[in-house]
Design a protein around this ligand. Sequence first.
Ligand SMILES: Nc1nc2c(ncn2[C@@H]2O[C@H](COP(=O)(O)OP(=O)(O)O)[C@@H](O)[C@H]2O)c(=O)[nH]1
Ligand SMILES: [Mg+2]
Length: 317
Amino acid sequence: MKDLESLMERFRGGDPRALARVISYLENEEPVVEQIMEQIYPFTGKAYIIGITGSPGAGKSSLVDCLTSLLRQKGETVGIVAVDPTSPFTGGALLGDRIRMQNHATDRGVFIRSMGTRGSLGGLAHTTADVVKAMDAFGFSRVIVETVGVGQAELDIMHLADTVVVVLTPGAGDAIQTIKAGIMEIADVFVINKSDLPGADKITAEVEMMLDMQGYQQKWRPPVIKTSTLSGQGIAELLEAIENHRNHLLQEKALGEKRWSRARNETLELAQHIWQRIITRELEHIRPILDAVARREKDPYQGAREITSYLLKKYNK
Ligand SMILES: Nc1nc2c(ncn2[C@@H]2O[C@H](COP(=O)(O)OP(=O)(O)O)[C@@H](O)[C@H]2O)c(=O)[nH]1
Ligand SMILES: [Mg+2]
């Protein structure tokens, strides 16, 4: 494909419009995805990936904005993926986000992309992982993934981060709800944002207490950091905590392991999705086997074996 060749050339040359185009392809699951991945994957693995999750309105985007400014001061380049599955505006952004983004609009060292409900083969988490790879391959030294922490999909998305930051705010029940959502377990760093509001100390103590109760056998105890994006309080400390966690992973040789199991899971999931698709596509052909099981002429195990051997024969090329 000729177009792809010139697109990739511009991508390698650092043209942000080429990156935007590549991401659109990845999001829309065009057949070209596989060709793009073949080209960009060898260049991935250099960026450090930071995940930021928390309830809507917790201040995630504001924190990303502050962190980005600080990272830029330190000479890092930053790719940002904002994932909001609840937003119907695919590729769009909330008004507040748009205004914030303007702080970095003219900065070549920053690239921001919003993603909505659109998922492809493997769903939103998988597409997000591919978009992160594109930013990584493009050469950003840090990629930040912001996602609304409400359910399993967001937890899945956070698995692609090297360091996961969970954002809480002063307010009744917030900490307790977070445990229920299973987010507590994936946090490497806790942030109590809006600590300019009353109640910040209380929730900080609550989280520390929960960490105490977990009776940390792990070598890393997530720090709890109070921030305010209004005053800038705690932002430098947050970045330091992220870098500390990164150093911890490197020291323990845990970063490589983390990334190894990520690559493994991703590949296996993809293979499973491919098989699921094949089965769906072949439903008409395997129908007689299913009917035979329904008539109790074959048992389900026998039926499954026959389907498998039929598919293996057919797709063995
Ligand atoms: N008081 C206070 N408000 C904040 C702080 N950070 C963000 N906000 C406000 O909280 C609202 C939601 O922020 P946003 O960053 O969009 O949250 P997100 O939905 O988690 O991305 C906005 O009106 C922000 O101005 C903070 O540190 N203190
Ligand atoms: Mg946001």
